[in-house]
Design a protein around this ligand. Structure first.
Ligand code: ATP
Ligand code: MG
Length: 255
């Protein structure tokens, strides 16, 4: 996916994104980091067609996303936003099955292949024991996995995740990250995710996109790009590189 010189604001007078250009490489995981309010969710919203840019364009496979039909785009791109509420009696399996909607005609029932894909998504996210439960009664972390499973059932080529681990305890955080990585490695799904934890962003991102004040500050391979100087510049905190081993980087930060 390519983002070409995008400007966008929620009202005409104030631009939230001001001339943003970047690219998310196919088959890789990109972490987006940056301070609160810098435009990360807005950028994801533009990529997933939630918003339309004032100027510039988002290209997927060389084609402006605005030109895709709704279903056609939903077959290619899926999004998981911050914790979503679920109401009603819908079961976990039924909710995950909604992910197949873009692949079906109206009122067309799921076939064996669809059920297999739904089963894979449920298995992958560790929801096997929850299949028949009411989704509304699950814990926050379990619900987050349901939405991830629904996105996986969509079989997207690119997956957008906005703070997929916020509100989760450290176990669920790592679990979600491991699932995302496994799906990327096994299915080649391109992943773009906003994370607040810099160490996780570097650990799970092949690449990072660093934003500040509606602009791109840095972009490139995660381990090379994120340095104490960059962290200081972008977040205004002192960061010390404590260790780097087994593909894990650990920065300790202080004011
Ligand atoms: N729906 C909206 N209407 C008006 N302004 C908005 C809306 N959503 C976001 N903004 C503004 O746009 C700017 C960027 O917001 P955005 O949500 O993209 O930031 P973010 O980088 O995702 O921040 P956070 O880390 O807090 O999630 C902020 O100044 C915010 O106040
Ligand atoms: Mg946000």
């Amino acid at each position: 996916m390519k983002i070409e010189n995008i400007t966008f604001g929620y009202d005409k007078k104030k631009l939230v994104l001001d001339g943003v250009s970047c690219a998310f490489k196919k088959g890789r995981v990109t972490s987006i980091i940056g301070p609160n309010g810098c435009g990360k969710s807005t950028l994801l919203g533009l990529c997933s067609r939630l918003y339309k840019p004032f100027t510039g364009a988002v290209l997927l496979d060389g084609r402006n996303v605005a030109e895709y039909g709704g279903k056609e785009f939903a077959k290619k791109a899926a999004s998981v936003y911050q914790l979503n509420e679920i109401s009603g009696d819908i079961t976990v399996r039924a909710l995950v099955s909604y992910g197949r909607t873009p692949h079906k005609k109206m009122f067309e029932l799921l076939n064996d292949d669809d059920e297999k894909i739904v089963g894979y998504a449920i298995e992958k996210t560790g929801l096997k024991d929850f299949e028949t439960r009411r989704a509304a009664e699950l814990s926050g972390g379990e619900r987050q996995r349901v939405f991830l499973a629904m996105a996986l059932a969509q079989e997207p080529q690119i997956l957008f995740l906005d703070e997929p681990t916020s509100f989760l305890d450290i176990y669920y955080q790592l679990e979600i990250m491991e699932i995302v990585r496994a799906v990327n490695r096994e299915k080649g799904v391109t992943v773009v995710m906003v994370l607040h934890d810099i160490n996780q962003a570097v650990k799970y991102g092949d690449d990072v996109l660093v934003m500040k004040d509606g602009r791109i500050k840095a972009a490139g391979e995660a381990e090379k790009t994120v340095t104490p100087a960059l962290i200081k510049d972008v977040f205004g905190v002192d960061a010390e590189l404590v260790s780097r081993k087994n593909g894990e980087t650990f920065f300790a930060a202080s004011l």
